[in-house]
Design a protein around this ligand. Structure first.
Ligand SMILES: *Cc1c(COP(=O)(O)O)cnc(C)c1O
Length: 299
């Protein structure tokens, strides 16, 4: 199985929004431009999992997610490109009208398997491979060692286009932390990796990320836990106003669940003096735009 996406679509964009002070520089790595359907970090988390499925002779990818999951969207699209069947186990009963994410996934050939929220909570206790022996199982969000391994390639995209060692910090939104782990594993030791957590009360993340890291020495990293904006997928008027203004000033669209909170958290930290004078921050745009409300409005 070999799908090659064109990494030349990914750009590095220096930004200077009105709130960024002179003593801090910032650029955005536009993984959202990777592919119209398989956007952002999810491709990097999937690629070695797809290769491993093929190496094991599996004929189906089997994975999990909610009704607006970027991972479900990316898996459906990537499996169609790779020509392998896929099943998405979806949290909650089948609704009368499918979300646009699930409708698109279904149109791309993903078989949707709805289970109750209660059953979903216990999904990792179910032996799915007994039920689907030909399936290769990718955990929710692509959160496994092969997922992190794929994310170790993200920073090489910066290498190709600029002098990446001049970035003092690398900042990324954190859901499961798989992407951040890949960044930590591949960053230069003098860089600092900063994860903006989009979930509330996610103190377990430090340990989950640790479990995906290579042996030391690794660059310094930290999680910022105060920028979830009320919790996972919670949207406030302040967030939508921020996203709209950011788009006007940079022409970079942000999603409401991850990258909007990354940039808004970054702004807060910059204003609070968390980034010292001379900082040059690389912000990873992990995609996720498919999850925004369908009319494209975030208000
Ligand atoms: C899934 C996702 C993340 C979180 O990635 P993790 O590896 O789970 O931390 C960040 N941004 C976007 C747009 C995503 O879809």
């Amino acid at each position: 199985m070999n799908i090659q996406l064109d990494y030349n679509n990914i750009t590095l964009q220096a930004i200077s929004p009105s709130w960024l002070p002179d003593h801090v520089r910032a650029s955005v790595l536009r993984l959202d431009l990777l592919h119209p359907e398989v956007s952002g970090n999810k491709w990097f988390k999937l690629r070695y999992n797809l290769e491993e499925a093929s190496a094991q002779g599996k004929t189906r990818i089997f994975t999990f997610g909610g009704a607006y999951s970027n991972h479900i969207a990316a898996t459906a699209a990537a499996c169609r490109l790779a020509g392998i069947a896929c099943t998405g186990v979806i949290r909650g009963e089948r609704p009368a009208v499918l979300s646009h994410t699930l409708r698109d996934a279904s149109l791309r050939g993903m078989e949707l398997h709805f289970i109750s929220r209660e059953a979903y909570r216990h999904k990792n206790e179910t032996d799915w491979n007994t039920l689907y022996p030909d399936a290769y199982i990718v955990p929710e969000g692509g959160n496994n060692a092969l997922g992190a391994k794929g994310c170790e390639e993200i920073l090489s995209l910066v290498n190709d286009s600029s002098d990446d060692s001049s970035f003092t910090h690398i900042a990324c939104a954190v859901g499961t932390g798989t992407t951040l782990a890949g960044l930590i594993n591949s960053a230069a030791h003098q860089q600092e990796i900063v994860g903006y957590v989009v979930l509330k009360s996610a103190a377990y993340l430090e340990q989950e990320i640790q479990s995906l890291l290579h042996a030391a020495p690794l660059p310094h990293w930290q999680l910022r836990h105060e920028h979830h904006g009320g919790g996972y997928a919670k949207v406030t008027p302040a967030l939508t106003a921020f996203i709209r203004q950011f788009y006007e000033e940079t022409h970079i669209p942000l999603d409401i669940v991850y990258t909007g909170k990354l940039l808004m958290g970054f702004r807060q930290d910059v204003l609070d003096g968390v980034y010292p004078t001379g900082s040059n921050v690389l912000l990873i745009h992990t995609g996720g735009l498919q999850g925004n409300p369908v009319d494209g409005q975030v208000s």
